[in-house]
Design a protein. Structure first.
Length: 510
């Protein structure tokens, strides 16, 4: 494939065929060939029409000459070979006349330039043989005289043959051909030059578009920081022209390339940050495990073996949780389907709030159900519980003791329900909000921690967002000092939950 593409790339510049010429050259050649064909057809038609007209006029004069000759012979008293009527006035030079006898020419003469009569030679008379006196017109080449148009009349009169030379007709046709050729040559040359200039001007925008494309193609997009790519100028993006349409599409393509490159850079930065954070998070428990193991193996009694072992187990559990969280995110990124079943949302949220109250009794936990009736969602119960638990854990860990945390479940539309987790803590810094759901995003320096709590991995909200999207919902956050609210919007099931599901009071306080 590489060799084939290389041959194709090498064949294009060196090709000499018409198909490999530039568009401008091909257009000029096409216009020129078309004009040549049109001029040739017009010239040929003009010559043919003019020739038919001139021959018709000549044939009429030949017929008139034959009739005059026949009338002259009827008035004369000469013999069978008498052609004295050629001396009469009105006979042009070159007029030919002949007498018949039993189908044979017995006398034939022609009027010379001096107005005299000259007898035809035997060869010239032989060229006139075979013409019948029926009034039809014939073309004969007479040696020494040229081409003649002749006719013979018989009938009730004296049979006679008359003819006129075609030299004048041929001369007019030849001059017409020369004049038309000269006019066509000048016209074609002018048209070709004008077409070349007009086509060159009309194709300038396309050339500028090609130059922009070439400039973008020279940019090394596969490495380094890519500056702002060139764009086609506004004057070359008129959608009413073909070149403008190409310019518009090229600008759209460049915009897409820039956005893709920017997204790639952001992805690479997130990936590098993700790997660095994951490495850091894994390194900390591994270092702890290695340190405590060294204490235990070295016989150092400054730390009790039971305490060291508990710390090893705790760090192992922490590392295991981190790995499981990373594995869950990887599975969600792959789009693996979740287990689906009908879940009573009020029951699930209430259980999550009870668990949070047991883990953080120093906070003021409240649950409010603002529903017309039981609400059922089709979801993975454990994963949906993990979403709510992560939001509650985030509120518990990042707010001081005594903070009120309110969890609200409400219906927002006939097919939607919302879970709101609201606290009156110090809030999230504005600069952190755009990346709050990204992996390993932490606000340890901005939000208070409960004393004695270990730092989180920064994956809780990322997992909550990924699980919410996997269930066909969305998660949003609003924060200001004294009020932070996370809202999870989920689609409800097509039919209500089972009546056996436990109901909850409209606004219980835990």
């Amino acid at each position: 494939m590489t060799g084939l593409s290389g041959r194709r790339r090498g064949a294009s510049p060196s090709g000499t065929g018409l198909g490999r010429r530039s568009l401008r050259v091909r257009l000029v050649l096409f216009v020129s060939v078309t004009l040549v064909a049109v001029c040739a057809v017009m010239a040929l038609s003009t010559v043919l029409v003019q020739r038919v007209y001139l021959l018709g006029d000549l044939d009429q004069r030949v017929t008139d000459a034959a009739e005059r000759s026949q009338g002259g012979l009827q008035r004369r008293t000469g013999g069978a070979t008498d052609l004295g009527f050629l001396n009469e006035r009105g006979q042009p030079a070159g007029t030919l006349a002949a007498r018949f006898a039993d189908g044979e020419i017995i006398a034939a003469e022609v009027v010379t330039e001096e107005g005299r009569q000259r007898v035809l030679t035997a060869a010239q008379r032989a060229a006139l043989q075979g013409i019948t006196a029926d009034g039809s017109l014939h073309t004969r080449d007479l040696p020494g005289l040229g081409t003649y148009r002749v006719t013979a009349l018989g009938g009730d009169g004296v049979p006679v043959l008359a003819g006129l030379p075609m030299a004048d007709v041929q001369q007019v046709i030849d001059r017409l051909v020369v004049v038309e050729a000269a006019i066509a040559a000048v016209g074609l040359a002018t048209a070709a030059c004008a077409s070349a200039v007009v086509i060159r001007r009309q194709l300038r925008p396309l050339g500028r578009v090609a130059a922009t494309a070439a400039e973008v193609a020279r940019v090394p997009l596969d490495r380094g920081e890519v500056a702002v790519l060139a764009r086609v100028a506004a004057r070359d993006t008129d959608p009413g022209t073909e070149a403008g349409q190409v310019g518009v599409v090229l600008n759209q393509l460049i915009d897409h390339v820039e956005s893709s490159l920017a997204e790639r850079r952001r992805t690479e930065e997130r990936m590098r940050r993700f790997l660095a954070d994951a490495s850091h998070e894994l390194r900390t428990p591994l270092a702890s495990i290695a340190g405590y193991a060294e204490y235990m193996n070295g016989g150092n009694r400054t730390i009790a073996p039971e305490l060291a072992w508990r710390r090893v187990c705790a760090q192992s559990a922490r590392m295991t949780g981190l790995v499981e969280d990373l594995l869950l995110l990887a599975r969600l990124d792959e789009g693996r389907p979740l287990r689906r079943t009908e879940v009573n949302l009020a029951t699930l949220v209430a259980e999550a709030v009870w668990d949070a109250q047991a883990a953080g009794g120093e906070h003021d936990w409240q649950l409010a159900l603002r529903l017309d009736g039981p609400v059922t969602v089709v979801a993975d119960p454990s994963r949906l519980h993990q979403v709510v638990a992560n939001l509650l854990a985030n509120a518990r860990v990042h707010t001081p003791a005594g903070t009120r945390v309110t969890v609200v479940v409400e219906s927002s539309a006939p097919s939607r329900c919302v879970i709101r987790v609201r606290d009156d803590g110090p809030g999230i810094p504005p600069g952190l909000l755009p990346s709050i759901f990204e992996r390993f995003t932490r606000a340890d320096g901005s939000r208070s921690r409960t004393p004695g709590e270990e730092g989180g991995t920064g994956l809780g909200l990322a997992i909550a967002a990924a699980l919410t999207e996997a269930h066909g919902g969305r998660i949003d956050v609003e924060s200001e000092p004294g009020r932070t609210e996370f809202s999870v919007t989920l689609p409800t099931a097509g039919r209500p939950a089972s009546p056996s599901s436990p109901s909850s009071p409209s606004s219980p306080q835990l």
